[in-house]
Design a binder for this molecule. Sequence first.
Ligand code: PGA
Length: 253
Amino acid sequence: MMSMRKNIVAGNWKMNCDISQTYLLLDALKEQQISDDVSVIVAPPFTSLQSANQALLDTDILVAAQNMHQEATGAYTGEVSAAMLKSVGVDTVILGHSERRAIFLETNALLASKVNIALDNEMTVIFCFGEELKDRKAGTHFNVVKQQLQEGIFHIEKENWNNVILAYEPVWAIGTGETASPQQAQEMHGFVRNTLAEVFDTDVSEGVSIVYGGSVKPGNAKEIFSKEDVDGGLIGGAALNAADFMAIVNAFE
Ligand code: PGA
């Protein structure tokens, strides 16, 4: 049985928040009301994961990592494995964020191996993809996205798709204040869902949650989330402010 798709809002804290700032932000989040129809995830840096998980034990908010390594263990100085994340209670990981792709040169092939080890460890993967501005200007954005999915996640076995969340993040909209219009987001989300229906079947395409990321704010979340194939958001900047993040969490109609 495929899981039914859910509304999800995830906060990607990036390289922000030391441990005291982590506690402050989480305390502020815990004071707010969350409606029942949305799953909330926060992704603090590695150094805050264990504490965040402990602090959120009595809530429904889940903790995710922002990255992890593709090997199980070994001589990989500076890296963190799936088992290490699980050992501090973290079962969810963001993979393929555009900053990992652009700054740390992560390729689709590398991401495919990260996806595999995450799923082998029964983790949930938030898989990010999205075109750059030059691709959109050239009109190749659908091809670029299809290739990222083809090389990154089309190999996933059908029974593992309930552990996958997709995040469409057009690179030109991340941290720029420029959002994709709700229509542009819907158009790409619809394309991804149709592609998944062709490659797999409608159990997969209708079951998977596809969230949008890129300058989502309290003022634009409602309209973006109202689109048929948009199941929520991956939030960067606005996730660092509890009131803004919670306004986005509660932006579903
Ligand atoms: P932003 O970041 O909301 O600050 O644009 C989104 C992301 O990078 O996930």
